[in-house]
Design a protein around this ligand. Structure first.
Ligand code: HEC
Length: 153
């Protein structure tokens, strides 16, 4: 019975979300674009926040959790970018090259996620200074490299 109620609840929620999306006239392509932007930008900014903590601009707080958030978002970005929105009328900074070269993009995003996950594991292990000290190459190689190739300015 509980399973049935939970299932009905989930269906009701899905229905409510679909209705809300329809009410706002959001196309499935825009919904995909919104999701990938929120995922890459929210988690990427967790990384930027950690960099600012390391630089002493703001107080170091919740460092392992921020690394975890960053790593989770990086990993989720692989799937978040998969839906091809080329040719659709969407607000996006994603270049068509992403889906024209999907295997290259997927490999780049996966390598990014793996490098962040390594630092997140260090931070979870209490080695927060080591984790904070290892961020430089991620920004240089992954963020900037990928934006140069796959994001419009
Ligand atoms: C493998 C490719 C890739 C990697 C790695 C990557 N990004 Fe991005 N990022 C993108 C793409 C493509 C977009 C544009 C998405 C869209 O508009 O649909 C984007 C968008 C963003 C945005 C939001 C767009 C804006 O300018 O308002 C932010 C913020 C961002 N990335 C930060 C980062 C940071 C910080 C890192 C590294 C810590 C990072 N990204 C790593 C590809 C990447």
């Amino acid at each position: 019975m509980r399973i049935l109620i939970t299932t009905l609840g989930a269906l009701g929620l899905a229905g409510a979300i679909a209705t809300a999306a329809a009410a706002q006239n959001v196309s499935p392509e825009q919904a995909h674009a919104d999701h990938r932007q929120a995922t890459i930008s929210g988690s990427g900014m967790a990384g930027v926040t950690l960099l600012r903590m390391q630089q002493g601009l703001i107080e170091k707080k919740n460092v392992p959790q921020l690394f975890d958030y960053w790593a989770t978002g990086a990993r989720l970005s692989v799937e978040a970018f998969r839906p091809d929105t080329r040719g659709a009328d969407v607000k996006t900074e994603a270049k068509d090259a992403i889906w024209a070269n999907w295997s290259d993009f997927e490999a780049a995003m996966t390598a990014y996620a793996e490098d962040v996950e390594e630092l997140a594991a260090l931070a979870a292990d209490g080695k927060t200074d080591e984790a904070l000290g290892g961020m430089g190459p991620i920004f240089k190689n992954h963020c900037r490299g990928c934006h140069n190739d796959y994001r419009t300015d």
